[in-house]
Design a protein around this ligand. Structure first.
Ligand code: AAT
Length: 292
């Protein structure tokens, strides 16, 4: 450990640790679920850390929040009801609320401290909570989904932390089964699905489970986020049986309508070209994912 630097050390990425220079620690707390920390970095703005793992930085959060949201929502016509699991910082809410067709946005975050800390230190992210279509539920996403009536949502976004800690069940087969049940026919899910450089074994399991459960299409996409382990992170995108969804072809582009820019600022990362490109996989990953 280098004095004055934050290093992200975890058994999920043994033998490597990305480091950021710390200007100032702004918040340190312990919630019922995890350690919560915010610091000012020299080169990535403010950083939110849970249990020693970076959740977002001001500089590169757009790459993650825009992609995890617009990959599913731009792939279906007229999304109306959207559920977000995790994402208590509000960044995914900010992105969902750019879609004018959306009428209802539910968010279920396990840890109220994440919401409070985001509102205090990350106003440009927590701005997502200001939208009147949003309802915040504090609780476990697994329990929340079990109680959702069948066929409720057009899209579900699982913005979860890594599978060590409170998010573990969000990577398991029964959770995917309740996601599928909560979606309408031809509804879509997008879940945080780790790194092709570090976690092919986790990705293999997720893909195998999803191929069992989702009778529409099952795809893996990825993006670059410099402050996430290995600098890339992926998403599992699936649809339920019903009207077919071709995720690689964004039929509901957001680029055209820019009325949301006034309150939320412009999109910084997502566009229709990068949407389609996100599904192109390196050969080593494609081989494993397609064989599942
Ligand atoms: N948008 C920032 C990126 C995240 S946040 C993940 C959120 O999921 C956290 O706020 C965490 O408290 C919440 N969470 C964890 N488990 C549950 C659960 N069971 N139910 C509801 N919410 C939960 C993801 C960063 C990815 C990091 C990659 N290394």
């Amino acid at each position: 450990v280098i004095p004055g630097w934050f290093s992200e050390i975890s058994p999920m990425w043994p033998g490597e640790a990305h480091s950021l220079k710390v200007e100032k620690i702004l918040f340190q707390g312990k919630s019922d679920y995890q350690d919560v920390m915010v610091f000012q970095s020299s080169t990535y703005g403010k950083v939110l850390v849970l249990d020693g793992v970076i959740q977002l930085t001001e500089r590169d959060e757009c790459a993650y929040q825009e992609m995890i949201t617009h990959l599913p929502l731009c792939s279906i016509p007229n999304p109306k009801k959207v559920l977000v699991i995790g994402g208590g910082d509000g960044g995914v809410l900010r992105e969902v609320s750019r879609h004018a067709s959306v009428e209802q946005i539910d968010l279920c975050e396990i840890d109220k401290m994440v919401v409070d800390v985001s509102k205090q230190f990350f106003p440009s992210v927590a701005v997502g909570f200001d939208d009147p279509r949003v309802t915040l539920h504090i609780g476990d996403g697994v329990a929340f989904l079990k109680a959702v009536p069948e066929g409720t949502y057009d899209a579900i976004i699982v913005d979860s932390s890594d599978p060590i800690g409170p998010a573990q069940e969000l990577f398991e087969k029964p959770f995917f089964a309740s996601v599928a049940k909560a979606l309408r026919p031809g509804g879509v899910v997008c879940t945080q699905a780790e790194s092709i450089w570090l976690h092919m074994h986790i990705i293999e399991d997720i893909v195998a489970n999803c191929r069992h459960i989702f009778k529409g299409s099952v795809n893996y996409a990825w993006t670059t986020v410099p402050t996430y382990p290995s600098g890339v992170i992926g998403f599992m995108l699936c649809s339920t049986e019903g009207p077919p969804v071709n995720f690689k072809n964004p039929i509901n582009p957001i680029d055209a309508d820019d009325s949301h820019v006034k309150t939320k600022g412009p999109l910084r990362f997502y566009n229709s070209e990068i949407h389609s490109a996100a599904f192109c996989l390196p050969s080593f990953a494609r081989k494993v994912i397609e064989s599942k």
